[in-house]
Design a protein around this ligand. Sequence first.
Ligand code: NAX
Length: 328
Amino acid sequence: MKSPIRVAVTGAAGQIGYSLIPRIASGDVFGKDQPVILQMLEVPVDKAQQALKGVAMELEDCAFPLVHGMVLTADPAIAFKDANWCLLVGSKPRGPGMERADLLKDNGKIFVGQGRTIDEVAADDCRVAVVGNPCNTNCMIAAANAKRLKPERFTAMTRLDQNRAASQLANKAGVLVSDVSDILIYGNHSPTMYPDFFNAKIKGKAVTDVITDRKWLEETFIPTVGKRGAAIIEARGASSATSAANALIDHVRALMTPGATLHSVAVRSDGSYGFSEGVWASVPVRTVAPGTYEVVKGFTLNDFAKDKIAKTNAELVSERDTVKDMLG
Ligand code: NAX
């Protein structure tokens, strides 16, 4: 039996946490032979702490053999202590009438503190994945407040957008989702993101040769993927939870599994694909060793793609301007 790894999850009593944690506990993320110690953080509010207790009771009742310990806390320094992975899900939802800039500033403060604390107390090999929105910029803030852990350890999740895009293309072409490959997301996890259908494939053929309705690809597919989160809220009366948890599992597992498959991850931009250096932009990534990735740079982008990327980049730059005081 391997020795256990420590996995910190913030917002552990929230809806994504409720779908996510049992799957970590069952071995879906780190493997069926990898024990875990779950370090679960919630806000210091009675109701949230009580709900967290309930989550832990259910985990006990699942009797997962891989769970070698649970920590329930309102203190980030305890939650992140010696953590090998920190999954930053918890953040404030956007309230009624709240401007995006206010949300950025309110949530930004959370990630200043969490970035610093992770840097101080987490394990040397710690990796951080940010889900709490606006996840690209929150990730940038956390990374900027870390000194020991390098920026490449901090990634934000656009895998849900990739999964949504793959399913939309599969439905339109009448094929299985597993027939769709290389559908990759560029930019921000927001409606400005660009799902690059030009370089994607269906059964090895260019998507544009299989789905010849270019108007659908440009004018229906892209906004459907970009606004899927809002459509889920409209249908379900609550935001994506199971699919978000599933995407985070895909995100972490892909980063831990070296291989040829490309996946979308928001990482610190080195200027590739027209993104401004230093923003956290989603780009194609290949995992080269467990937890270590490289940005895949070979994709050709046409003028349509470049225009979309310029827009999503402009949004990332403006988010960075809004939170510039929080960048360490
Ligand atoms: P919930 O409101 O159900 O749960 C969030 C939990 O986080 C709450 O229990 C809250 O008490 C806790 N929390 C808030 N601040 C915290 C802090 N400083 N430390 C620890 N815990 C804290 O939201 P849920 O549906 O679980 O969504 C969580 C986040 O994921 C939201 O920011 C949401 O916008 C974001 N999403 C990101 C997605 C992505 O693709 N990147 C997709 C799904 C989701 O919308």
